[in-house]
Design a protein around this ligand. Structure first.
Ligand code: UDP
Length: 249
């Protein structure tokens, strides 16, 4: 649990006002606690989806740490007159969490993405993070009836930390549905992070990150994301209108 969680409500979704350091402190706490702590990293698209999908909204509110990933949430916090301290991306947080895990001798399980990607990401991560132990990996394409067996495989691996890369909300739902039978201390949905760590997908150059334009770079790499990217202005308009309705503006 994050001690005294300071939260921000964005369209009914409560995100934690964290910095990278405070998010990692929370992660440290999860490793020291029993049970599986759930970490989610919503972006504007996920928040919009949560406004229409009560089970997703409930899942996010049941999470132990809600990291506002994505520039849309940072803009939203400014519109709400309560700016977030820092933008903490899910991929950077997860990478730093793996470093912390390695320092403590813990191990991770990489689950998701196309066949071969998790294995390649495991190799690259082990090269970059001294002492990192990968307890197991598998791809993210399976039949629903295989889920219980996958969860049992994660449990049998003895991993402390599960990174699920199935896209949202599939990854969050998998973790929530199997929370009790994964045997890990913490689990996070990481979207396309394994694709990036494996070298399959290029991460945006620093300029794009610094200027809140990562979505633009991603669009250049994967033009079929246009429909998803186009939801960003819709999200901001909704936040603005909600603020008006509440008399904040
Ligand atoms: N994926 C998967 N199983 C599925 C659907 C998707 O493993 O049934 C993987 C996909 O290969 C990719 C990741 O999930 O690696 C989805 O990343 P996406 O770009 O959608 O992340 P998001 O932007 O949704 O966080």
């Amino acid at each position: 649990m994050v001690s005294e969680r300071e939260k921000l409500d964005i369209l009914g979704v409560e995100v934690d006002r964290v910095t990278m350091d405070s998010a990692l402190d929370a992660f440290r706490g999860f490793l020291d606690s029993d049970g599986c702590s759930l970490i989610v990293t919503p972006n504007s698209e996920i928040v919009l989806n949560a406004t229409k999908d009560p089970s997703l909204a409930e899942l996010i509110s049941s999470a132990d740490l809600v990291i506002p990933d994505g520039i849309g949430l940072v803009y939203a916090s400014r519109i709400a007159g309560s700016p977030l301290k820092e933008r903490v991306t899910g991929i950077d947080f997860s990478y730093n969490a793996l470093k912390l895990l390695a320092e403590r001798g813990g191990s991770a399980y990489l689950f998701g993405s196309k066949p071969g990607i998790a294995e390649k990401a495991a190799e690259k991560l082990k090269e970059q993070i001294p002492g990192l132990r990968i307890a197991g990996f598998r791809d993210g394409y399976y039949r629903p009836e295989e889920e219980a067996e996958i969860a049992a495989g994660i449990m049998a691996s003895g991993a402390d930390f599960l990174l699920a890369a199935l896209g949202s909300p599939k990854q969050e739902k998998f973790i929530a549905d199997h929370r009790e039978d994964l045997g890990v201390r913490a689990a996070i949905g990481v979207g396309g992070s394994l694709d990036v760590w494996s070298g399959t997908l290029e991460r945006a150059p620093q300029f794009y990150i610094d200027h809140g334009l990562e979505w633009l770079f991603r669009l250049k790499q994967e033009p079929k994301r246009i429909k998803r990217t186009a939801k960003l202005p819709l999200f901001l308009i909704k936040v603005l209108l909600t603020g008006r309705k509440n008399g904040d503006h």
